[in-house]
Design a protein around this ligand. Structure first.
Ligand code: 5GP
Length: 204
């Protein structure tokens, strides 16, 4: 079985681009990679479970964690705080698995600075207008929430030039294949592979 190398993958997308479903399928299809469970101060949605979808915490607790330097990255979005803890990152590294962060642009920029080896992947739909259509169709959010998400989507897209990879999620299977290929390509970097080869290779 292929081992993860403790690599970090950051996946960012405007709402409605299909990021969550793509990430879930990636985790199902590839061994030794896990999705980081973030902390947030937003209220759980129906069917969300504490410790699985997020660690749901109070604003006081979140602030305490910021002050104690316990976040790898964090951001405030729509009035709520979201962040990946250092502990989440260290645990994945110690377990020898890769970690996938499904986060927004401000956090992605902090990861890029802090961890230059992180692989940054941006997911988009073919047309900007598709985002609204998808949010309307999934029927999860009220119209004013959709409007807010669309405003935020524009902000998110402004981060796109900072990303190494872009996936256009038009055909889902094709998008998933590309996402998986990026993970395998990262795992095949010489620097990573050399650790698995014996000394004879290293001496040549
Ligand atoms: P939602 O409230 O819909 O679950 O998430 C709202 C936004 O917050 C999404 O873009 C999501 O990717 C982002 N997000 C979730 N967790 C984190 C995190 O730990 N850090 C950052 N920076 N963004 C996050």
């Amino acid at each position: 079985m292929e081992k993860g190398a403790g690599a970090l993958f950051v996946v960012t997308a405007p709402s409605g681009a299909g990021k969550t479903t793509l990430c879930q399928e990636l985790i199902r299809g590839v061994e030794n990679i896990r999705c980081a469970v973030s902390h947030t101060t937003r209220k759980p949605r129906p069917k969300e479970t504490n410790g699985v979808n997020y660690h749901f915490v109070s604003e006081e607790k979140f602030q305490e964690m910021i002050d104690a330097g316990r976040f790898f990255e964090w951001a405030r979005i729509h009035g709520n705080f979201y962040g990946t803890s250092v502990a989440e990152y260290e645990k994945a590294r110690d377990d020898g698995v890769d970690l996938l962060l499904e986060i927004e642009g401000q956090g992605a920029m902090q990861v890029k600075k802090r961890h230059p080896g992180a692989v940054l992947i941006f997911i988009v739909t073919p047309r900007f207008a598709d985002l609204k259509a998808r949010l309307d169709n999934r029927g999860k959010d009220a119209p004013d929430e959709i409007e807010r998400r669309m405003q935020h989507a524009k902000q998110e897209i402004s981060f796109l030039p900072e990303f190494e990879y872009v996936i256009i999620n038009d055909d889902f299977d094709e998008a998933l294949k590309r996402l998986m290929s990026i993970v395998y390509a990262r795992r095949s970097l010489r620097e990573t592979m050399m650790k698995q080869l014996n000394d004879e290779y290293k001496a040549t």
